[in-house]
Design a protein. Structure first.
Length: 204
């Protein structure tokens, strides 16, 4: 059972292949962090496979708000992108793009055959993937006075907060990464220290 601030994704790109009645389905799975990456990856594959009949794909992305997108690229509706997405869902993966490239072999597969082919190709790519669990972290910059250092650093240590960078002088600044479910508790402790500010940066 995953915690609410963790998610499963793949460590690095993988590929697989599925053949059925002369048609060849090449599947490529990529870890991604935003929808903006899709265009470049699709362009890369279209340049590598310019003679392919179809470049179908699906993404599942996001943690707090899951986003799904599918594309059948000319295949009958629901026979390509949806089976790819359903396979991602069955593996409980997010922040992943899967593209399946089809070279038509001359024999019609029909709707059930296409659904099976795109699902099977996706399975082939994902079965060699290294699945990792990543933590959702919030990033904060904490400003405090030098005399407050011991109190601040004790909280940082006790709560297993990661310090990304630090500047110590009369006025001190540290940038930290806090596990999302731990944020309220850690900031609550820090807020009890006078003359301290914690500024939210972003999540990852």
């Amino acid at each position: 059972m995953l915690f609410e601030d963790t998610y499963r994704t793949i460590e690095k790109p993988t590929a697989g292949i599925f053949r059925d009645r002369g048609s060849k389905f090449l599947a490529y799975a990529y870890p991604i962090s935003s929808e903006a990456e899709i265009k470049n990856l699709l362009l890369l594959l279209k340049n590598e496979h310019p003679k392919a009949n179809h470049h179908c794909w699906a993404i599942r992305i996001g943690i707090d708000r899951i986003v799904f997108r599918i594309n059948d690229d000319g295949e009958p509706s629901g026979t390509a992108g949806r089976p790819i997405l359903n396979t991602l869902l069955s593996h409980d993966l997010t922040n992943v793009l899967v593209v399946v490239i089809r070279y038509f072999g001359g024999t019609l597969l029909g709707v059930p055959g296409l659904i099976n082919a795109y699902k099977s190709a996706t399975d082939e790519a994902l079965k060699t993937a290294i699945v990792i669990e990543k933590t959702v972290n919030d990033f904060y910059t904490i400003n405090f006075e030098y005399l407050q250092m011991n109190d601040v650093m004790k909280i940082i240590k006790d709560d297993n907060v990661t310090v990304i960078n630090q500047e110590f002088d009369n006025s001190c600044r540290i940038k930290v990464s806090i596990r999302k479910t731990q944020v309220n508790a850690t900031l609550g402790k820090l807020n009890k220290i006078a003359n301290l500010t914690a500024k939210y940066d972003y999540s990852m």
